[in-house]
Design a protein around this ligand. Structure first.
Ligand code: SF4
Length: 356
């Protein structure tokens, strides 16, 4: 958790700041639930819902974007729209399993301006970013990623300072207390805005290159963990050897017998204790891995549901258009029939008058 005195928890209502909404015992689930009713800034009035981060609780890497887009706002999940698909592709090309990645945004509500029937992305201002930032800080504190990647200028400047320039420092590790490795690159949506196919291809290649650096950092971390485990094993083995050699040397005389007993006792008590610690550590790692896999499966399932929804919407779109068009025609015909009925009525009235 961020190191700051926790204010008394208050019910969400307009203007109540995020720190007052944080739960007593924060977990990703309780914090997500609290964020769902946040009204700390005016963006809650514009977005459909709060779009909180998603991914495994102990993800090794966290990607932080600016804010949810149109598709994310409707689906309630981060990075499921066109920009999310660009990120998916880059992760795949870099060999990172998206299911093991935590994705989130600096601002949790979609800020947009109307343009005709479309909702066009509008950049959140400094006050909105700062109002929403405690949600992100809490996510970082709970997940504790090894690598944190800011996507785009808004995320980078919110987390690394207003002077940070993505164009100058993209893909480079930046010293920060937020995570052991922190870096920034462009937001995937900027690739979609490239002026032509050639520029888009070039931008995508650079983006994939940056994500490959993330993969390299993760691989380094894994190698270091294996090396530490190996060093621990070697030190246990080394201690065992010292104990055995010293015991047999010492056993040559009477003093040696006493010494041998002491050393044997050390070997008897210390080595099993070390073995037990190694076993516990292994158990902890297996359970963390199991949890990550479960989180990944849950994430994939949620994404599959969203995609199925999109496919269904796309599938029925032509029929909805047809039904709407037929409805319009029927309404027109109804209008014409009303006119004919009115004309007939006036004709009949004229005939009645003439007959009289
Ligand atoms: S943008 Fe953030 S601070 Fe503002 S209402 Fe939404 S969740 Fe709360």
């Amino acid at each position: 958790m961020p190191d700051r005195p926790r204010p008394r928890r208050t019910a969400a209502r307009p203007g109540v700041p995020v720190p007052n909404l944080l739960p007593e015992h924060p977990t990703l689930a309780t914090v997500r639930e609290a964020a769902a009713s946040c009204q700390a800034c005016d963006l809650y009035k514009r977005g459909t819902q709060t779009v909180f981060g998603e991914g495994p609780r102990k993800a090794e890497v966290m990607f932080v974007g600016e804010q949810p887009g149109d598709a994310e706002d409707l689906a309630g999940h981060p990075f499921v729209g066109p920009a999310g698909r660009v990120l998916d592709r880059a992760l795949e090309e870099a060999g990172i399993d998206r299911g093991l990645v935590y994705v989130t945004n600096v601002v949790k509500h979609f800020k947009w301006e109307p343009r005709g029937k479309r909702r066009i992305h509008a950049r959140p201002n400094a006050a909105e970013v700062s109002a929403c930032r405690p949600w992100l800080e809490t996510e970082i504190a709970l997940v504790q990623p090894r690598v944190l990647v800011c996507l785009g200028a808004t995320a980078a400047q919110a987390l690394l300072g207003r002077g940070f320039k993505v164009s100058r420092q993209r893909g480079e590790p930046v010293p920060s207390s937020l995570a052991p490795v922190v870096m920034a690159t462009v937001h995937p949506s900027s690739i979609l805005r490239a002026p032509d196919d050639e520029a888009r291809r070039e931008e995508m290649a650079r983006f994939v290159e940056d994500v490959r650096r993330v993969a390299a950092e993760l691989a380094d971390g894994a190698r270091n963990a294996v090396a530490t485990a190996a060093a621990m094993g070697a030190s246990a083995l080394g201690l065992g050897t010292i104990v055995t050699v010293a015991a047999s040397t010492a056993a040559a005389d009477v003093t040696g017998i006493v010494m041998a007993s002491v050393l044997a006792a050390i070997g008897f008590f210390i080595l099993p204790a070390k073995r037990q610690r190694a076993k516990d550590e292994m158990r902890r790692k297996i359970s963390a891995l199991r949890e990550r896999l479960l989180d990944s499966l849950r994430g994939q399932f949620a994404r599959e549901i969203v995609r199925s929804g999109d496919r269904i919407r796309e599938g029925i779109a032509p029929y909805s258009r047809f039904v709407r068009a037929e409805g319009d025609k029927l309404r027109e015909m109804e209008g014409e029939l009303d006119e004919i009925a009115a004309q007939l009525e006036s004709l009949r009235a004229r005939i009645d008058r003439q007959a009289a």
